[in-house]
Ligand binder design. Structure first.
Ligand code: GLA
Length: 390
């Protein structure tokens, strides 16, 4: 892969210079959905697929971006003095936003660069290709300039770029999972304190499988922001009766006690999801540590039902795909993953008879929606890093 990328880089930019290459994964969240911006726990892991950036510094302040995923756009050019958002730069606004944020935080680079990007995360599948791209740029920019930024601040910088430069009001989960991922481990992250720990994902005879609804989801134009404000409204009402800063500070028990303080019934259901989901996440982590994959799967199912009924972020396709999986005896758990409204489901499926189970799930899904699905058996990979021999 490395040699191929270097050759492709040299071909596009017509240079013999030896580039450096960095790889940044995608992510899948096992459980803990729509809890991050409510100060709760998430339990994601990094994937082995991701975004590669191959680059060399230049002698001037010019920046040239090329992605073989968007080869029709050719080389997109800017300079270190023109880092403002520019619609014409399309996907390159993501890496530009990262460099912009480095500068905002006092880390100024003097030299531009030529960069070749290649990504193998399925596009629009809700596996965080944008956060992956951001972290790829961040680690490469940090390395070229020797800023020596620690990883957690880098993760936060990328989230800031997404929030303030791209204008998508996401939480910290995606960037954290990608920047901090560890092979064969999931990360239990407290999104309020950013304390985290790694949990080995040992699934004897069971596979982690992603299924793509092939319905594209756009975070910015989805109901994501609406859900955030509904949670904020619920929090405001609750703060009249309890002293909390985030919804997820409450246990489900405490929520029952105080829920009547929330005037809007919809906001009440949204808060219920966030608080229940937070508890499920803590329990699911414990079950995984105990090696109880069956109980873990049941919590995944409960998570989907809550996202469907209380949080209402699933929609026809995600429900169809999850419900098709639930019909299979060898499926221990299935739920939507990520923001919702399309993208992927994540499934725990026994290895024995896996192909047959997948074939039946695909057929049931197609019958109900008319759409073909795709499956990816997950390898849990490392976080963003430089690659030197691959
Ligand atoms: C998206 C956001 C995350 C998180 C999830 C829902 O992936 O980027 O911050 O809120 O949705 O859990």
């Amino acid at each position: 892969m490395l040699k191929k990328l270097e050759a492709a880089f040299q071909d596009v930019f017509q240079t013999e210079q030896q580039p450096r290459t960095f790889l940044s994964p995608g992510r899948v969240n096992l459980i803990g959905e729509h809890t991050d911006y409510n100060g709760g726990y998430v339990f994601p892991c990094a994937l082995s697929v991701g975004t590669y950036i191959t680059l060399v510094p230049r002698e001037d302040r010019q920046i040239r971006f090329y992605s073989d995923n968007f080869s029709e756009l050719g080389i997109l050019e800017t300079t270190l003095d023109q880092l403002e958002y520019n619609k014409k730069h399309d996907w390159a606004n993501y890496p530009k936003g990262v460099i912009y944020m480095f500068r905002e935080q006092g880390h100024e680079g003097e030299k531009g660069f030529d960069a070749y990007f290649h990504g193998n995360i399925p596009n629009g599948a809700g596996l965080s290709s944008s956060a992956s791209l951001e972290l790829a740029m961040a680690i490469a920019w940090d390395a070229l300039n020797g800023f020596g930024m620690d990883r957690v601040p880098m993760v936060q910088l990328c989230q800031k770029a997404e929030n303030e430069y791209i204008g998508v009001n996401c939480g910290i989960m995606d960037q954290f999972a990608i920047g901090m991922g560890k092979q064969d481990h999931a990360i239990l992250l407290d999104c309020d304190s950013l304390e985290y720990s790694y949990a080995p994902v040992k699934l004897d005879g069971v596979k982690l499988v992603l299924a793509n609804t092939n319905k594209r989801r756009g975070l910015a134009d989805s109901k994501y922001n609406e859900r955030r404000s509904e949670c904020e409204a619920a929090l405001k009402d609750l703060q009249k009766v309890v002293s909390i800063e985030n919804l997820c500070e409450l246990t489900s028990e405490q929520f029952k006690e105080h829920q009547q303080a929330i005037s809007d019934q919809t906001a009440k259901r949204r808060a219920k999801h966030a608080i229940d989901e937070n508890e499920r996440t803590i329990r699911a982590h414990q079950k995984l540590e105990d090696g109880d994959v069956v109980a873990f799967g049941e919590l995944m199912n409960a998570s989907h039902r809550s996202l469907r009924d209380d949080y209402e972020v699933t929609g026809e396709e995600l429900d169809a795909l999850v419900e098709a999986a639930w019909q299979e005896e060898t499926v221990l758990g299935a739920r939507m993953t990520g923001a919702g409204f399309g993208g992927c489901t994540v499934n725990l499926i026994k290895e024995e008879g896996l192909d047959e189970a997948l074939t039946r799930i695909a057929a049931t899904y197609k019958k109900r929606t008319g759409i073909d699905t795709e499956f990816y058996v997950v390898d849990i990979g490392e976080g963003t890093r430089e690659i030197t021999n691959q």
